[in-house]
Design a protein around this ligand. Sequence first.
Ligand code: URQ
Ligand code: ZN
Ligand code: ZN
Length: 480
Amino acid sequence: MSILIRGGTVVNADTSVLADVYCEGGVIQAIGNHLSVPNHTETIDASGQYVMPGGIDPHTHMQLPFMGTVASEDFYTGTAAGLAGGTTSIIDFVIPGPKQPLMEAYNEWRGWAEKAASDYSFHVAVTWWDKSVHEDMGILVNEHGVNSFKHFMAYKNAIMADDEILVNSFRRCVELGAMPTVHAENGELVFQLQKEMLAKGITGPEGHPLSRPPAVEGEAAHRAIKIAEVMNVPLYVVHVSCKDSLDAIVHARNAGQRVFGECLAGHLVVDESVYRHSDFTYAAAHVMSPPFRSKPHQEALWQGLQSGNLQTTATDHCCFCADQKAMGKDDFSQIPNGTAGVEDRMTVLWDAGVNSGRLTMNEFVAATSTNAAKIFNIYPKKGTISVGSDADIVIWDPTGTRTISAKTHHQNIDFNIFEGRKVKGIASHTISNGQLVWIDGDLRAVKGAGRYIKRPAFHPMFNAMDTFKQQHAQGKVKRK
Ligand code: URQ
Ligand code: ZN
Ligand code: ZN
């Protein structure tokens, strides 16, 4: 299929230019004006609209087995919903159970993801440690294009990584040229605070944020950053939700440490009052970790994005319907943690970020696509409208409006944390791997059309830094 996008403004992270875009064979072939194209080419009139790199959501959990149930969104419905909102790639997570071989879990998830409608990749979680984990990490990097490993510092007695696991795994990441990432909450504090809340008779969803105050996140973020500093490895902190963890990142970045931060669309606009709603189903639908925070923390996250101290936006799309959330009816710590967002991330960030003047549209592109591509080493294949890049494109109508609702969304969940939000700025067309899959509300996602995307290791940067530090320590580096 060949497509000519005519009359739009091409918006990348660094430039905006009025130009046509020609795609053929799933690749962007030409960008310019008065392009000559084959007769059978499908033409899209993008006048008055922006032609941007398809969104990359670096944090989703399609059909995740978790807390005694399985997330209701699968790899097909979830990626299809993403396409409806302009997201054309996801990075999901392989999460081995305790003592489960990493390669076994990886192969399991690869099977589940074959039905994906858009391109996908995987972070792999390190939830335990022995020499087989060390070996499997090497196989995953060198043979399967995994260049990032996740560590849940929360979820004690389940998938929590203690310091021993963090240190061993971070060291292995340096050897392999892989990026360690963390869910930064102190799992022991959460565990103890949950018990305290329950002992006081606080069993409803209001107990969730009370058991995970910002300091619990700030401590873990600081600890992970310090371990990364000592191990001389970069670090990516997922779903930064509050000032406490953001401050730890800012301090490290100001000292020149290579630390990256991600924030979720939900944490930018939803606040913790939702947990005090009288209706259990409503409040429980918002139970995710870290929890939604008060407005000052939201403002801090926006400042983090504006200052460049937070580089990416994601959703942590992990869906549980009302009947699943009811598993914690009498004990909030049993409510499956997770909320949706893959369909709404970009429009929420545009409406609250660009329309408000907080972000330029170039910064919007950086935060929704380009930075994730760069950090996880798939740029410029993804994350840019450039000749030779994948034809993953969203045509953005800045005047288009819609009201977000579970009644109309494509996500396989009976709740939407952005319910009722009227937004201006929507995806009018989405092109995935050169195919038109979303056209003014008509979703043409194809089950299985998605491809597994390999992400190469980062060797040169890590090793050069390591060598420099060793030589410096041995006095071999001559001062000029
Ligand atoms: O912690 C995560 O990122 C997964 C288990 C999704 N759930 C959540 O509450 N964030
Ligand atoms: Zn998490
Ligand atoms: Zn997550």
